[in-house]
Design a protein around this ligand. Structure first.
Ligand code: LMR
Length: 330
């Protein structure tokens, strides 16, 4: 019998948390022979509703669920205690009319405490996926407040953008989503991100050769993916939840499973200066994993259009970093 993996989920009673928790408990991510213990973390006023989530988790009778613990976010050290994976979902969500940048000073301080608690009590092999927006910069704040956790353990979620991009390309090409590979998301999980259609493939051919409509790719496609979060908020009156939860699971799968040849997965990771990005930023790149180590795909060439898009998103991340400089010790 394998030792259980302990996973903390902040914002566990929220919409994303509710869509995430059951699939994590089900064995879908870690496999049918890997027990999972869930630490469900919530702000004290909604902690009570986690009782219902816990009841439902037990009512699923998942073979792989080895335990559930509910913890208030006023006690993050207990919430993250011995956790191998911390999924930082909880934050104040964006409302209609707000840009992610508006959230930066509201959510920043939450991630200071998150980092400190991870530093103190998480397992030595902890990995962290930050979902709460602005996720790149929140991840940066938490990372700086957990100096002993290696930099390559930190991820901010751009997989939702990748999945959106894959789906848009598949629909335009009239192909199933399984035909579309190697869609990297560059930069910030925001309206400046660059969904890289140039290196994407459809049935093994470069996407632009299959779609044969550069104007659509450069404008409609990029725009749709960049603004999809806002479009969902406008339509639903609430931000993406099921698709965001799905993307969290895809991120974890991307990290812990070997990447198929010719493919990549997207997340924002600590930059060592790759592709001219400032060292130390949490920047979205196309990645591969061998199941243990995650690497930024090297050697991709960018044309002028792609370079200009990457510059815009890099500039935005630099300015986000400057806005929260005071929250970055060390
Ligand atoms: C999304 O992309 O749907 C989420 O990050 C929510 C948002 O604020 O856009």
């Amino acid at each position: 019998m394998k030792a259980p993996i302990r996973v903390a989920i902040t914002g566990a009673a929220g919409n994303i948390g509710y869509a995430l928790t059951f699939r994590l408990a089900s064995g879908e991510v870690f496999g049918p022979d890997q027990p999972v213990i869930l630490n469900l973390v919530e702000v004290p006023p909604v902690l009570k509703s986690l009782d219902g989530v816990e009841m439902e988790l037990h009512d699923c009778a998942f073979d792989t669920l080895a335990g559930v613990k509910k913890v208030g976010s006023d006690n993050l050290e207990e919430g993250f205690g011995d956790c191998n994976l911390v999924l930082c979902v909880g934050s104040i969500p964006r409302k209609e009319g707000m840009e992610r940048g508006d959230l930066i000073r509201i959510n920043g301080p939450i991630f200071t405490n998150t980092g400190k608690a991870i530093e103190k009590t998480a397992a030595k092999d902890v990995r962290i996926v930050v979902v709460g927006n602005p996720c790149n910069t929140n991840c940066l704040i938490a990372m700086h407040n957990a100096p002993s956790v290696p930099r390559d353990r930190w991820f901010a979620m751009t997989m939702l953008d990748e999945n959106r991009a894959v789906s848009q390309l598949a629909q335009k090409a009239g192909k199933p989503v399984t035909s579309v590979k190697h869609v990297g998301i560059w930069g910030n999980h925001s309206a400046t991100q660059f969904p890289d259609f140039y290196h994407a493939t459809i049935d093994g051919k470069p996407a632009p050769e299959v779609i044969k409509d550069d104007a659509w790719l450069q404008n409609t496609f990029v725009d749709t993916v960049q603004k999809r979060g806002a479009a969902v908020i406008k339509a639903r009156g609430a931000s993406s939840a099921a698709s965001a939860a799905n993307a969290v699971l895809d991120t974890v799968k991307g990290i812990i499973r070997p990447t198929a040849s010719g493919d990549c997965f997207s997340a924002a990771v600590y930059s060592n200066g790759e592709y001219g990005v400032d060292k130390g930023l949490i920047f979205g790149y196309p990645l591969t994993s061998d199941g243990k180590t995650v690497k930024i795909i090297p050697g991709l060439e960018h044309n002028e259009f792609a370079q200009s898009k990457i510059k815009v998103t890099l500039d935005e991340l630099k300015s986000e970093r400057d806005t929260i400089k005071d929250l970055l010790p060390g």
